[in-house]
Design a protein around this ligand. Structure first.
Ligand code: NAG
Ligand code: NAG
Length: 345
């Protein structure tokens, strides 16, 4: 029966507004475990927005950092790692140019593996220091966070979230080795979805489909080198056998910084959300120099987002095109240290 309490509309509106801003609608407490480098530049925008909406964010970072710096919209909590700032910087960036050298594919691949091993070992050792730092863990455990927001490229935040029994939200561009589809039990057919580095499109011949099935095997090796320590760490902390799929499968929500314009469409699960463009929140107009690059090439698009600092695109398949002034002039408009021009051929 609709004969209950009848409130005049203005009073009802007032009551609703009061309910919305009442003291019991306090913001949540978010523990942010970021990834260094350009990854942080995108996540920082999210943390800023969380703060603007009344949530409280604590950003967890090693004492040595590249980009993670104190800001007034979050609390920075640092932990000691077995590297000085100089060592950290050298191991992370010292040889990065080797990856972009125009050398034989095999040489580039081997160089990349050495760098990856070094970088992975820095993250692994830092993560071990973090989870074995009893004072810090006790403090975090007592802080009653509501959620962990983390970039899972190295899944330290994912392990920590599970250790502290907090739900985890992943924020990422992409993850190699199909851990997203395995972790969420999402269909992922090789015959339709072009794999990383294959340069295949979503229309494949039989041989391309074979290549599409073989490439992931090499990537699995790389993932094994760089990620298996986290499965061991999770097993040790949680005192049960944990696989990498268990570590990645823990996420409640996956926020992908992509969309089906930049990437080919694929099946997704309801907890996979595409938020492409968020890394461009801080966009600046193209520099005059880049405008010049863009014009004569016909049909080439360009984007200068800080997260992947600078891209020149004409199709989905890309290669690195070191353009004149790539390390100086183009960067100026973007405010990024790391600037590359990619030409999509
Ligand atoms: C890898 O790390 C070692 C020290 O741990 C260093 O001597 C070497 O130069 C590094 N190599 C690369 C390619 O980063
Ligand atoms: C966090 O605190 C709870 C309750 O005191 C305790 O049961 C749990 O073991 C603690 N977790 C960690 C990782 O220390």
């Amino acid at each position: 029966m609709a004969t209950g309490l009848q409130l005049p509309p203005p009073l009802l509106m007032g009551l609703l507004l009061f309910l919305c801003v009442g003291p019991w609608t306090e913001g949540g407490k978010v523990l942010v475990v970021p990834m260094e480098g350009s990854h942080w530049l995108s996540m920082r925008e999210v943390v800023k927005e969380l703060h603007a909406r009344g949530h409280q964010a604590v950003v967890l970072s090693p004492e040595a950092t590249l980009h993670v710096k104190e800001e007034d919209y979050f609390t920075l909590k640092t932990y000691a790692i077995p590297f000085t700032q100089e060592e950290f910087q050298y191991l992370m960036l010292g040889h990065i140019d080797l990856v972009f050298e125009r050398a034989h594919f095999l040489k580039t691949f081997l160089n990349s593996i050495v760098i990856l091993k070094n970088v992975s070992s820095v993250y692994q050792k830092s993560c071990e220091e973090l989870v074995h730092n009893q004072d810090l863990i006790r403090h975090l455990n007592a802080s009653a966070f509501d959620v962990v927001l983390t970039d899972p490229v190295y899944p330290c935040g994912a392990v920590l979230a599970q250790y502290l029994s907090l739900p985890a939200v992943f924020f990422l561009r992409a993850i190699p080795c199909d851990f997203d589809s395995e972790g969420t039990q999402c269909p992922n057919p090789s015959s339709y979805i072009p794999r990383l580095l294959t340069r295949n499109s979503d229309h494949m011949t039989f041989l391309q489909r074979v290549k599409n099935m073989l490439y992931p095997l090499a990537l699995k090796y790389i993932c094994h080198v760089s990620l298996s320590p986290y499965a061991r760490l999770a097993s040790e902390l949680l005192q049960r056998e944990m696989s990498l799929v268990d570590v990645f499968g823990y996420a409640s929500v996956w926020l992908f910084r992509g969309d089906f314009v930049l990437d080919y469409p694929r099946p997704i699960m309801p907890n996979m959300v595409f938020i492409g463009g968020i890394n461009c929140a801080n966009r600046k107009p193209l520099s005059q120099e880049l405008g010049e690059v863009e014009k004569p090439s016909g049909g080439i698009g360009a984007s200068s987002c800080c997260s992947h600092p600078l891209m020149v695109l004409s199709d989905r398949d890309w290669r690195w095109a070191p353009a004149a002034g790539a390390s100086g002039g183009f960067g100026a408009g973007c405010g990024c240290e790391q600037v590359r021009v990619w030409q999509w051929v």
